[in-house]
Design a protein around this ligand. Structure first.
Ligand code: LLP
Length: 463
C-alpha cells in the first residue's frame, strides 16, 4: 500500500518517516463511501447520521462504545450476493463474522444460507428459525455432541475436515438412522493474502485434508464407502481479505481436478463445489474491493471453463462470504476520553473501548480509518493513534490516522468497517463489558445484541 505524508504539513509532519503515513483526505469531514455503510452521511450541522439518525442521539440513548449496524446496507449487500450468484448457486453467509438472531432472520428473508462453525452458532441459527437444510456446519474439531445435534437437526451439509471426522460423522448419522450430506474440505496448496498471492504448499495448517500426496482422494474414497454419508462435493477456502482472484482460479482448477479424478476412479460426478469466503473489503480508502457481481462472474467462468476442459458437468457452486457482507455495514462509535499530544511524535487519543471490542489491530496489524462524527471541524489535521482504555500498550484501535487538531474529550469518533470479526471476537479483557450492537433503519434504532452488564460478568463468577 502506498502512503505519503500530508502535503499541507500536518502537526508532527517533520518526524513522519517518509512515505509511511496515510495522507489525510482532502477534507477530514468527508466520509468515503467505500469504507462507510451506505446510509452514513453528515447533516447540515456536521453531525454524522446513519439510517437517518444522528450519532449523537444514538450515543445518548445507547451509550458508547457501541457497534452501529446499518440494516438496509446489510440487506443490500446480502441481496447483491444472492442476485449475483443467481438460482444455480448458493450463498452461505459465514456466521463467524457476526451472528445474532436478527441477522439470521435478515439472511433468511434475503434468501441466503448460513455457514456455522460451532455449536453456539448452530444454536443461534436454529433459535432464530433458520431452516436446518440451509445450514452448513464447519469446524476442524466438531465434538460428537455438536455433530449429533447437527445431524438430528437435519443440517444441509457437514463439511468434513479430517479422516477421523469422516468416520465419526458416518457413525453418528448411521446410529441415528440418517444419511448425512457432506462436503470434504481440502487444502489445495495455495494461500491468499491481502494484496498478494503466494502459491505455496500451504498444507501446513490445521484446516482441511491436503490434496497433495493423494490424501484428499483417499478421503473421498473412504467417505464414498460409508453408508451414513452422502458425499455431495468438495470444499476449499483459501484465506481472508483477498482482492486478487488468481488464488480462486488456482483453487478451482485443483478442486475440479479432484472431481475429475473421482469421476475417473469411482464413476461418480460429485454435484457441488464450495469455494469458501475470504473476499476483501475496504478498511481504508486505499482498498479496492470487487463487487459481488464481478466475483460471481469470475468464479462461475473459472469453474465452467475448468469443468469443460475436464469434460465434467458444471457442479453447483457455493460461496461463503462473511466479512464482505457484514464488514462495511457497521461502525464502532466511541467517546474520546483523553487527547495526549506527545511532542515530536503523535497525539494519543484514548477512547472508551479498545482491544476488547476490536482485537484485529493488535492481532493482525489491521488498518482502520477513523472520523470525528459528532461535529464537523475545519481545524488542521493532526496525526493520531487511537487507543483503548485497557491495561496494555498494544491496545491500539487505529494505528495511524489523521483527525482534526481541535479534537477534545467528549467528542464522538467512529471507526468504520467494524461489522466483521469485531463483536464476534470481542472479549472481557480487564472485565470490560462488551458493547451492544444497535441496528438502525429508516429513522429507527433497536438493540439486537445488548450491552453486557456487571451482573453478566458476575453471573459466571460463582464465588
Ligand atoms: N468459510 C470458511 C470455511 C472460513 O474459514 C471463513 C473464515 C469464511 C468462510 C469467511 O471468511 P470471510 O469472507 O469472512 O473473510 N478473524 C479473522 C478472519 C478469520 C476468518 C476465518 N475463516 C479476521 O478478523 O480477519
Amino acid at each position: 500500500m502506498s502512503r505519503s505524508a500530508h502535503p499541507a504539513g500536518p502537526r508532527h509532519a517533520d518526524v513522519l518517516p517518509e512515505g509511511h503515513y496515510a495522507a489525510p483526505a482532502e477534507d477530514l469531514n468527508a466520509l468515503d463511501p467505500k469504507v462507510w455503510a451506505h446510509t452514513v452521511a453528515r447533516d447540515a450541522d456536521g453531525v454524522v447520521t446513519v439510517g437517518g439518525l444522528p450519532v449523537t442521539q444514538l450515543a445518548e440513548e445507547y451509550g458508547t462504545p457501541a457497534y452501529v449496524l446499518d440494516e438496509a446496507d446489510f440487506r443490500d449487500r446480502a441481496r447483491a450476493w444472492r442476485t449475483a450468484f443467481g438460482a444455480d448457486a448458493d450463498v452461505f453467509y459465514a456466521g463467524k463474522a457476526f451472528l445474532s438472531r436478527a441477522v439470521v432472520r435478515w439472511l433468511d428473508e434475503e434468501g441466503l444460507n448460513l455457514d456455522v462453525c460451532s455449536g453456539g452458532e448452530l444454536a443461534t441459527a436454529l433459535a432464530a428459525g433458520m431452516s436446518a437444510e440451509r445450514i452448513a456446519f464447519h469446524g476442524n474439531n466438531k465434538s460428537p455432541e455438536e455433530i449429533e445435534r447437527a445431524v438430528r437437526a437435519g443440517v444441509g451439509r457437514i463439511v468434513l475436515d479430517s479422516f477421523q471426522e469422516i468416520v465419526r460423522v458416518a457413525h453418528i448419522a448411521q446410529t441415528l438412522g440418517k444419511r448425512q450430506r457432506v462436503q470434504i474440505r481440502i487444502t489445495v496448496g495455495v494461500e491468499a493474502h491481502t494484496h498478494e498471492f503466494i502459491a505455496t504448499a500451504h498444507e501446513d495448517q490445521k484446516f482441511g485434508i491436503p490434496l497433495a500426496g493423494g490424501q484428499a482422494a483417499e478421503a473421498v474414497r473412504r467417505a464414498l464407502q460409508l453408508d451414513g454419508l452422502e458425499v455431495i462435493g468438495i470444499h476449499s477456502h483459501i484465506g481472508s481479505q483477498i482482492f486478487d482472484m488468481s488464488g480462486f482460479e488456482v483453487a478451482a482448477h485443483r478442486v475440479v481436478g479432484l472431481l475429475k479424478d473421482v469421476r475417473d476412479e469411482h464413476g461418480v460426478e460429485l454435484p457441488e463445489i464450495d469455494l469458501g469466503g475470504g473476499l476483501g473489503i475496504a478498511y481504508t480508502s486505499d482498498d479496492d474491493p470487487r463487487e459481488p457481481h464481478e466475483i460471481a462472474k469470475a468464479l462461475t467462468e473459472i469453474v465452467t471453463r475448468e469443468c469443460e476442459a475436464a469434460r465434467l458437468a458444471t457442479p453447483r457452486i457455493s460461496v461463503e462470504p462473511g466479512r464482505a457482507i457484514v464488514g462495511p455495514t457497521a461502525f464502532t462509535l466511541y467517546e474520546v476520553g483523553t487527547v495526549k499530544p506527545l511532542d515530536g511524535l503523535r497525539t494519543y487519543v484514548s477512547v472508551d473501548g479498545g482491544m476488547s471490542d476490536n482485537i484485529r489491530t493488535a492481532l493482525y496489524d489491521a488498518e482502520y480509518s477513523v472520523a470525528l462524527v459528532s461535529r464537523a471541524s475545519d481545524a488542521e489535521p493532526m496525526l493520531v493513534r487511537v487507543v483503548g482504555k485497557h491495561c496494555e500498550s498494544g491496545d491500539i484501535v487505529v494505528k495511524d490516522a489523521f483527525l482534526p487538531g481541535d479534537l477534545a474529550p467528549g467528542d464522538l469518533i467512529a471507526v468504520p468497517a467494524t461489522g466483521a470479526y469485531c463483536r464476534s471476537m470481542a472479549s472481557n479483557y480487564n472485565h470490560a463489558l462488551r458493547p451492544p450492537v444497535v441496528s438502525v433503519r429508516d429513522g429507527a434504532a433497536r438493540v439486537i445484541v445488548r450491552r453486557e452488564t456487571e451482573e453478566d460478568l458476575l453471573r459466571l463468577d460463582v464465588g
